[in-house]
Design a binder for this molecule. Structure first.
Ligand code: TEU
Length: 589
């Protein structure tokens, strides 16, 4: 199946044009309609979803065997983290061959079968595009490092050592937090924003950009439906590598996200590749300031469709060091402000995304909800309600539909993630507080979000017949698909109902968002309105429930969904039980 728009005959395209215009949402200011605004995306971390060949690592045949389950959720799109050939320094985010499947994941034939199986079920596939950097084991880098006059030398960023030590660049994963690595073969330093095994590709070289566009076409021509673009704002660099400008106040990530030719390259990518296919794009907007956000997704600029911002992910974590939680940065009104300010950005142009968990975050339930026994089910349902009632494309992370929680490792030997391990190594060498760091990571490490999918109460949770690559959460004995399928009041059953509600209510997709009761420390309440229809969403973020008023001039109408059996409606106000979530119609008085 090829969806190259260039192949659509002109007459057909002209016929389709007025229809596309007619389907626009009414009202000059309402967002334009598009299929990728209406979908719900389910993210699968392939290493941890289902192992089929007994090596303890999830794989493509495993995913194929679970496609009926994915379809039963009602989701429209699967986003799959990288499955390309990789030495797995960073679990596939270090790619050594962009056109091959990682051996542990299976073969290209398995991939083709998986994609066909998804399409048969009406599910689209979004792949991960990791092109800010490659693996140091990629053939390009092997060539590049071999000699200074190698034709691939300029595929990466090199700083000749005779010019002295290059200006500091901070690295996310390096054992010394240093993004320059000296390589003796050619007496030069290479740049790596991530690990030493993830050298940054040189986008200032047009040959490299052409290679990227060709590999994107390779996957689109296979029928892939879109890309999630890893740290895409980092691609362009000032290759004079000056010291960090003082105006950044030490914030390297913000600097990385503002390279001199970034938008030029995104427009080129759109022209050369994206505009030729009917696909979806979501950039990982690491480091992007809110005032720069629209530049990436304004339709008129022809760059990307959407991106992930980091302000919800940063809430609850220490400013300036996301490896630590921060109890003083957990006020509900601040979280509401994040949602409200980002909704405003895309009010007239562009479009947003919403996520509460992914493979780089600890579990949604443990971070924003309450995973203690009396509240875990209600708060997991409440958070899913938030996800599916925002004006933005929702991304649901595997296992969050069950209420999976943080595993909270105690020992450094339990961890598999280089981010935690390398930070620990540095702290230990510097004589830092490693016990404090381990306590922090138990709450916020990425490995919390990477434990195996919980299918059953059996050994290894039905994920694998072998010892899994990372430990299974012991709570799988009660939190698992099999048990939740049987229980009508489970998180899973609620999620399916909620998803049907989202899909049947255009108001939840396109309706204007209005925050209510901003200073309420317990309840997050807002309305969504479209074409005279108004819905009220009220969410308790508190173990003591909370109350909020029905907006003046309105009366509570039909309750569309409620995560608890008790009704919160009390005349002119809602009295919410702990972690209660409700969506109801508002009638004009
Ligand atoms: O993440 C980039 C990124 O900004 C993360 O390092 C994030 O800040 C951090 O993990 C929060 O805990 C992307 C991928 O999503 C991540 O999995 C990769 O490790 C990274 O790029 C390098 O490719």
């Amino acid at each position: 199946m090829t969806r190259r728009l260039a192949f659509v005959p002109l007459a057909l395209a002209l016929l389709a044009w007025p229809a596309a215009q007619a389907s626009q949402a009414p009202g000059a200011d309402a967002p334009r309609k598009a299929w990728w605004k209406e979908v719900v995306v389910y993210q699968i971390y392939p290493r941890s979803f289902q192992d089929s060949d007994g090596d303890g690592i999830g794989d493509l045949r495993g995913i194929i065997s679970r496609l009926d389950y994915v379809q039963s959720l009602g989701v429209d799109v699967v986003w799959l983290n990288p499955i390309y050939e990789s030495p797995n320094d960073d679990n596939g985010y270090d790619i050594s061959d962009y056109r091959a499947i990682m051996r542990q994941m299976g073969t290209m034939a398995d991939f083709d079968a998986m994609l066909a199986g998804m399409h048969q079920r009406g599910i689209k596939l979004v792949m991960d595009l990791v092109v800010n950097h490659s693996s140091d084991e990629h053939a390009w880098f092997k060539q590049s490092r071999a000699s200074r006059d190698n034709p691939y030398r300029d595929y990466y960023h090199w700083w000749p050592a005779e010019r002295g030590v290059p200006a500091k660049r901070w690295s996310f994963f390096d054992e010394e937090a240093n993004a320059w690595r000296y390589d003796a073969t050619t007496n030069a330093y290479y740049l790596h924003y991530f690990s030493r095994k993830q050298p940054d590709l040189n986008w200032e070289n047009p040959k490299l950009r052409r290679e990227v566009y060709e590999l994107m076409k390779f996957w689109f021509d296979k029928g892939v439906d879109g890309f999630r673009m890893d740290v895409i704002p980092f691609i362009s660099k000032d290759t004079s590598f000056p010291p960090l400008p003082a105006s950044y106040g030490g914030n390297y990530v913000a600097y990385y996200a503002r390279g001199p030719h970034l938008h030029e390259y995104l427009q080129e990518m759109n022209r050369e590749v994206l505009s030729r296919y009917d696909v979806m794009t979501v950039g990982e907007g690491a480091g992007v300031a809110i005032e720069d956000a629209l530049d990436f997704v304004d339709e008129d600029r022809k760059e990307l469709q959407t991106f992930f911002h980091f302000e919800v992910a940063d809430w609850g974590r220490r400013k300036g060091d996301f490896m630590y939680p921060d109890p003083d940065n957990r006020r509900l009104p601040d979280l509401k402000d994040v949602f409200t300010r980002w909704d405003r950005v895309f009010e007239k142009k562009g479009w947003g995304t919403v996520y509460l968990g992914n493979h780089d975050q600890s579990r949604m339930l443990s971070r924003y909800g309450n995973d203690t026994p009396p509240y875990r089910v209600a708060s997991a349902k409440m958070l899913l309600t938030l996800l599916l009632t925002m004006r933005a494309t929702p991304y649901v992370y595997y296992g969050d539909e069950l209420g999976m929680a943080n595993i909270r490792f105690r020992e450094i030997s339990d961890y598999r993630d280089l981010q935690t391990i390398n930070y620990y190594t540095r702290l230990k060498r510097e004589g830092g507080d490693v016990a404090g760091f381990l306590a922090a990571q138990a709450e916020v490490s990425r490995d919390n979000g990477r434990t195996p999918m919980q299918w059953t109460a059996a050994t290894n949770a039905g994920f694998s017949t072998a010892t899994p690559w990372i430990r299974v959460n012991p709570d799988h004995e009660s939190v698992n698909v099999e048990a939740e399928e049987r229980a009508p009041d489970s998180v899973l059953s609620y999620f399916r109902r909620l998803l049907r509600l989202r899909k049947s209510e255009p108001t939840l997709v396109y309706g204007a968002y209005q925050l209510l009761d901003r200073d309420n420390p317990e309840v997050f309440a807002y309305t969504r309105s479209l074409d005279g229809r108004s819905l009220l969403v009220a969410l308790s973020f508190s173990a003591s429930g909370g109350r909020t008023a029905i907006p003046a001039g309105q009366a509570p109408g039909k309750v569309l969904i409620n995560n608890l059996a008790t009704s919160p409606v009390q005349a002119a106000q809602l009295e919410l039980a702990p972690y209660q979530a409700v969506v109801l119609e508002l009638d004009r008085k």
